[in-house]
Ligand binder design. Structure first.
Ligand code: PMP
Length: 389
């Protein structure tokens, strides 16, 4: 008999399983649960996009593509980024199609991190960042943000966390889990620090399509930042394509060629049929995206006002499909709140502490559900909160 744990790498052993899963598993074992827990659109991928993929299969396009992805797709991505991020990327040398933004983040980190390099993560943060940094051999360093400041990164806090070992910082605007969007002037202030300390940025812009109040500003559009930023994005959120597993990276060609090596050896290429779908999404998906965005905005407005009315105070998040209300009035911890809400009222939310220390005292609610479901969930939450406050 072998003891498998003796063979597992220390880095992997030390990784914490995602705190989100625990609640999903519990919710899945119960009936009648309304889940505001998942971070994915409730919409099905637009039909024309699905159809393009079906057509590619009918035509027999079932082999590998170029490692970097179909050139036509890379051209579409470059064209799209020209409009969205205001930067011209050469599709042949500066764009890499990946298996979701998840793989894009992995490849980006593995390409730049030497053992012991520090990478700064802004908390509350998407749960994968710290683990991916550790897997790449780096050291995650967290910078906290606060609910009072709408979870916006404060440049002075960022600067305090920088050491001679800092290699990069990961930015995520709009943010998962807080929905916070950093505006142009705020990004300029961050860029000044990046430049001063000669750092790289991994800018996770997966929610770029989902901003509701202001025109979106990509970090790469800030002067001097395009060359030192690895832009990560994908189709999962804006185009409702989570299951297709398709994302991309845009970066300086010398970063891209190194990331391509990792991608080539570990992945070969992203799924071919998904790439054909993505070409259609880029070419003709605009109207569908705008339709979904309109729906998300209505839902956001409903959820934010209902939560504030029941004294679960939250700022109006400018993007993504999450709200991050404070539950401090209940005197419960985030975990207690989420667990009791699930067991007593059958509403699943994610406790804020799984996203980092500054998430304690908050919960993440996703509003990627129908208005009817959201209304019912909010009724149940109100009943729950009245009993606790
Ligand atoms: N970044 C963020 C901030 C996310 O929220 C997610 C998905 N939850 C991802 C990356 C990964 O997206 P994908 O489905 O493209 O791998």
């Amino acid at each position: 008999m072998i003891e498998p744990s003796h063979y597992i790498s220390k880095t992997v052993k030390d990784l914490k399983p995602s705190g989100i899963r625990k609640f999903f598993d519990l919710a899945a074992s119960m009936e009648g649960v309304i889940s505001l827990g998942v971070g994915e659109p409730d919409f099905v991928t637009p039909w024309s996009v699905r159809e393009a993929s079906i057509l590619s299969l009918e035509q027999g396009f079932t082999s590998y593509t170029a490692n970097a992805g179909l050139l036509e797709l890379r051209e579409e991505i470059a064209y799209y980024l020209q409009g969205k991020a205001k930067v011209s990327y050469n599709p042949k040398e500066q764009v890499l199609v990946t298996v979701g933004a998840s793989q894009a983040l992995d490849v980006a980190l593995r390409a730049i991190v030497n053992p012991g390099d520090e990478v700064i993560v802004i908390e509350p943060s998407f749960v994968s960042y710290s683990s991916l940094i550790s897997l790449a051999g780096g050291v995650p360093v967290s910078v906290q943000t606060s609910g009072e400041m709408e979870f916006k990164l404060q440049p002075a806090e960022l600067e305090k966390a920088i050491t001679e070992k800092t290699k990069a910082i990961i930015l995520c605007s709009p943010s998962n889990p807080t929905g916070t969007v950093l505006e142009h002037e705020e990004l300029v202030k961050i860029a000044e620090i990046i430049e001063k300390h000669d750092l790289l940025v991994i800018s996770d812009e997966i929610y770029a399509e989902l901003t509701y109040d202001h025109e979106y500003t990509s970090f790469v559009s800030i002067e001097g930042m395009a060359e030192r930023t690895i832009l990560v994005s994908g189709f999962s959120k804006g185009f409702a394509m989570t299951g297709w597993r398709l994302g991309y990276i845009a970066a300086h060609k010398d970063f891209l060629s190194e990331m391509l090596k990792i991608h080539q050896y570990s992945m070969m290429c992203a799924p071919t049929m998904a790439q054909y779908a993505a070409i259609e999404a880029m070419k003709n998906g605009r109207e569908d995206v705008l339709y979904m965005k309109k729906k998300y905005k209505q839902r956001r407005n409903l959820v934010v006002s209902a939560l504030n009315e029941m004294d679960l105070t939250c700022h109006v998040p400018g993007g993504a499909f999450y709200v991050f209300p404070s539950i401090k009035k209940t005197n419960l911890t985030s975990e207690e709140f989420a667990e009791q809400l699930l067991l007593e009222e059958k509403v699943a939310v994610v406790p804020g502490n799984v996203f980092g220390d500054s998430g304690e005292g908050y919960i993440r609610c996703s509003y990627a559900s129908s208005l009817e479901q959201l209304q019912e969930a909010l009724r149940r939450m109100q009943r729950f909160v009245e009993n606790k406050i």
